[in-house]
Design a protein around this ligand. Structure first.
Ligand code: ZN
Length: 332
């Protein structure tokens, strides 16, 4: 049986020393462009001997801190400053990023739910397959920069899966402290096993993700965490000599299971009773869902199922059953 090969190709040399910026070309024949390809931006900056680090953003197209941080890094970093190789994909799911959407307008694909992808699949599955089968094996470490996107807002944090192995935990802890976000949230029950993070960890990478802000925008404080954190991650791995210092130690937190989440059970308008950063206790009022079609009907009250700090909230007031409204994290 023939081995499936990704039809995607980088139009720059990813192996030779130097700095190159180009595209990963994804062949795509559409009504507008019969023999066209989708140009996913890629950069490589390779200096002396050292490890390869893969930096990605725009996995979800409406998360901007990472896209901007990586564009800045591509312009600033020169091969003579690098011991090793940095491969940068600032807009990994380009069709989604170009449309300012979480998911691809071409196939509806959520890139972070289709890893390790399929080289014969949809456009989104083909992107995942290229990253998983070509770029991930080139690297020993990776960082996938996310934020809350259009529907969620986060207290800026690094976001990582809780490793089972003690050595892995220590290595991860050191990297999270080096990244220097105000918080690092370790996830005990990941929402998906089909993410970039799952693929990178399965390949043995030192890897974590982030949730830096959100609301479909960026802010000076959250942008600085992304900009500086990327440099501190590279310095921690020995690829660059200098990075901005960490001012405050990272607060280590965990997010557990259902007790840490609040979901909408009904359709309506959500009125939160909390602010990001609040410490709440089990049974406390989380908010009310109002029924605009039935003005005389009392709103449905929602309560927290556990204790913790509000680290994430939905920013869109219109809610439907199944929407995540908030989630908590607690200190480790
Ligand atoms: Zn995301």
């Amino acid at each position: 049986m023939a081995v499936k090969r990704s039809p995607l190709r980088a139009d720059i040399d990813l192996e030779a020393p130097g700095k190159r910026v180009g595209h990963v070309r994804l062949p795509y024949s559409s009504h507008e462009s019969a023999y066209g390809w989708i140009p996913i931006p890629i950069a490589v900056i390779k200096g002396g001997e050292g490890p390869t680090v893969l930096l990605t953003a725009g996995n979800h197209g409406d998360e901007y801190e990472g896209q901007i941080a990586l564009l800045k890094l591509i312009r600033a970093l020169e091969p003579e400053q690098v011991r090793g190789r940095v491969i940068v994909l600032p807009r990994m799911n380009l069709p989604a990023a170009a449309a300012g959407r979480r998911t691809s307008p071409i196939d509806g694909g959520n890139l972070n739910r289709v890893f390790p992808g399929d080289p014969d699949g949809t456009v989104t599955e083909q992107i995942a397959a290229y990253v998983a089968s070509v770029l991930v094996p080139m690297a020993q470490a990776s960082l996938d920069i996310h934020s809350g996107g259009s529907s969620l807002d986060y207290l800026p944090c690094a976001y990582a899966r809780m490793p089972q192995d003690a050595d892995d935990r220590a290595r991860q802890h050191a990297a999270l402290q080096a990244f220097g976000a105000p918080r690092a949230i370790l996830v005990e029950s990941p929402l998906t096993n089909f993410s970039m993070s799952a693929t990178a960890l399965a390949a043995g990478h030192l890897h974590f993700s982030t949730e830096i802000g959100g609301s479909g925008t960026t802010r000076p404080a959250s942008q600085a965490i992304a900009d500086d954190g990327v440099r501190r991650f590279l310095a921690h791995l020995g690829l660059i000599a200098d990075a901005p210092p960490v001012t405050t130690p990272t607060r280590m937190m965990r997010v557990g299971g259902a007790e840490h989440y609040v979901y909408a059970p009904v359709r309506g308008l959500f009125e939160p009773a909390f602010t990001l950063g609040d410490d709440v206790v089990r049974g406390q009022l989380a908010g009310r869902i109002h029924f605009p079609e039935e003005p005389e009907r009392a709103p449905r009250e929602l309560h927290f199922a556990g204790d913790g700090m509000l680290v994430c909230r939905r920013v869109v007031s219109l809610v439907a059953p199944g929407d995540c409204l908030a989630h908590l994290a607690s200190d480790i």
